[in-house]
Every structure is written in C-alpha cells, then in structure tokens.
Design a protein around this ligand. Structure first.
Ligand code: SF4
Length: 377
C-alpha cells in the first residue's frame, strides 16, 4: 500500500502518544541541514472556539525543522460537520494548492462518496482532518508517514469541537490504527474487509491513490460490497438536508462539476509562461506593481469581498473561517454567480490564474474565490 508498509505503520502507531495536551514535538527524525527553523506552537486553550483553535493550528510550527517544504497545515472543519474524513498527510500537490484532497486521490474519493466539490469542500458539512496536517517529506518508499505531532498537539481539542460527527472515514493504516486501536486487524486489507465490525461510527477504507490500483483490482469485493454501503451512509447523512441532487430519485450521486485548472499567484510573483488567463481579484490595486509587470487579462474587482468585509477581516487569522463563510455568502448572490460564470467562460480552456496581493498564501480571498469557481455547476 502507499506511503510506507505495515511495519512502518506499526512503528508509527506504537510511538503515538494519546492525543491532547502540549506534548513536546518529536525530535527523533534527523533534522535536515538546510532548514533550521524554530519549533513553536500556541497550545489549545479550554475556552477556544473552533475558529480560534483552527487559527492556532494554522500557525503551528511545532515540527518545522522536519518539514522539507515548511509548515502548511491543511485541513477543514466546521462545528456542524457530520462527516469526518481522516486521511494520511498532504502530498506535494495538495501542499502547493493549500486545498485538501486537491489531487487524483481526491477525485476518486469524491467518486466513492458520491459527493461533488460543493459539498465536499463545505466545512459546515464535511470535516477533513488528516493524521498529519503538513507535507512530511519523502523517503525511499514514497512520502514519509504523517507527523505524529499533529495528533499529539491538536486532535483531542479538535474532535471536542466537532460534536456532530456521525461517520468517520479512516483512509489508510495510520488513521485506522489510531482511531480503531486494538480493534484494527493485522493488515489494512483485513481491517477494510471487516468494515461491518466498525459500524456505525467508522468505515475503514484504503487510500484512494492511483498507486493502489493493483489493490483495487485484487479485491473486487471492495467496489461490489463496501462502496454501496459507503454511499448509502453518506446519503443518509446529507440527503435530509435536501442539498444533494438525487437523479431519478433513487441514487446518491451528485452532478459532477466541470474541472477547471485554477491556480493562485501573489501579485509580487513574476507572471509565468503558462499562467493562461490572469485575473486580479483584489478590491485594491497591489501597491508598487505596474500594469505591465502584472500582465493581467482582467481586473475582476466586482468579485472581491465587499469593503465592509475586507475591513472586518483585516487578515486576522482568527477571523479566517468566519471571513470565508461570509465571503462565500456574498459570492452566492445571483449577480456574483453570474460574474463567476462569465469569468470561467472568458478563461475558456485556458488555465485561470487568480492574482492577489495578500501576504498569506492560504488565508486570502483568492482561496475562497477559487472554491466558489470550482463548485460552480
Ligand atoms: S505537521 Fe502538524 S504539528 Fe507539525 S508543524 Fe504542521 S500542523 Fe504543526
């Protein structure tokens, strides 16, 4: 299976301390010579609400010295979420995008679940909390195991603030061994095959990576027996809300969104040869940048957050989740949806590059705008 063998997973979990508390970060992994970085994290406090806790996690640098691409915690969670997806750790593509499951594995996972991106990336419905929140680097056998500091420092506090989770999907051995403990079988295949034993709270799954295609071919029962159960459980979670499309009244599958190539770029980075259609999405022109240097096709100023919302947000990480929610609301207005459609039509088959001036690469309006564009039907 992908990302380390069974022995690696056992060793990982044997070292895993119970989650919660401010346990010191692991220092057993050799420190890469090129990236000296101070470990720092602001431990969770009892009176933290979810938004505050997420802001602390996103600022975490507990194992910065061990992360070849630096800390970039990638997760999503809302207090009303009913489905929790626990994967392993971001790969390089997800790290670059800042969006969980923004890769081929995510496409397959959404297909398994019968969820489109609109629902999948809605934190009020789906929480995505992998075992490791940052890209851990690469070893000889593929990506390294998820950093165990994430669970040690954050998981207990996080789960305590997700009181509505009814179903937890455990993708891969690390998640299964952590959440199922001694109830996990000797191998991932055996655990997945015994999925009925863990109902109704958990469903163990293999990692949906294309690298596991041989596993799927060797175990046709997975598609025949487990996937229908998985889809039915997800349907039961979301269908009552009336938000999912049920073609013919009999299924759980939702319409697939068109897949668009949408990337983000800071206004202070140099334009590239493959940027496609370049659009500035800020309300204000980026200071010190000329029209020539930005090489824009369009300035979509009307799609930027309202002036009130920009002022309220002030790029305060503690306000990020609420900002994201409010901005999505603004973008859901009919006039804005139409503008989004027009923007996609203008880009056509070209890559769409959303240009923004904010310092944060992960918490800025372009991130939200891309989500809205990707969720368009
Ligand atoms: S991997 Fe987890 S513990 Fe380490 S810096 Fe990222 S969020 Fe913090």
């Amino acid at each position: 299976m992908r990302r380390g063998g069974r022995a690696q997973a056992r060793a990982y979990n044997a070292r895993m301390k119970p989650p919660g508390g401010a346990a010191p970060p692991d220092t057993s992994t050799p420190r890469p010579a090129r990236r000296p970085a101070a470990a720092s994290w602001d431990p969770p406090r009892a009176d933290d609400d979810l938004a505050t806790l997420l802001a602390r996690i996103r600022a975490c640098r507990a194992c910065a010295a061990h992360l070849p691409l630096g800390p970039r915690p990638i997760l999503q969670a809302g207090a009303t979420a009913r489905l929790l997806i626990v994967g392993q750790a971001p790969g390089t593509k997800v790290h670059a995008s800042g969006i969980p499951w923004y890769d081929a594995s995510g496409e397959r996972l959404r297909d398994w679940l019968g969820l489109d991106k609109r629902v999948f990336y809605d934190p009020s419905r789906v929480a995505i909390v992998p075992m490791g929140y940052c890209y851990p680097g690469r070893g000889r056998g593929g990506d390294l195991p998820p950093r165990r500091e994430c669970a040690q420092l954050w998981l207990e506090a996080l789960l305590a603030r997700l009181p509505n989770i009814e179903l937890t999907l455990l993708l891969g051995q690390y998640a299964q061994r952590h959440y199922l403990g001694a109830a996990a079988k000797a191998s991932l295949t055996e655990t997945v095959a015994a999925f009925a034993d863990y109902a109704p709270r958990f469903i163990p799954l293999p990692h949906p990576s294309p690298r596991n295609t041989a596993w799927f071919q060797r175990h046709p029962w997975f598609e025949r027996e487990l996937l229908p159960v998985l889809r039915a459980r997800v349907q039961a979670l979301f269908a009552p809300s009336g938000t999912l499309d049920l073609p013919g009244g009999g299924g759980v599958m939702t319409k697939r969104s068109a897949v668009h190539d949408i990337v983000l770029q800071r206004a202070y980075a140099e334009p590239g040869a493959h940027d496609g259609y370049r659009v500035l999405v800020d309300h204000f022109w980026p200071r010190g940048r000329s029209k020539d240097t930005l090489r824009l096709d369009e300035w979509a100023r009307e799609l930027a957050p309202s002036a009130d919302l920009i002022h309220w947000f002030g790029h305060d990480p503690a306000r990020w989740d609420e900002f994201r929610r409010r901005y999505r609301e603004e973008l859901a207005a009919p006039a804005q949806r139409e503008r989004l459609q027009v923007l996609l039509a203008a880009a056509g088959s070209r890559r769409l590059t959303l240009v923004y001036g904010a310092r944060s690469e992960t918490e800025n309006q372009a991130v939200v705008l891309r989500e809205a564009l990707m969720a368009l039907e």
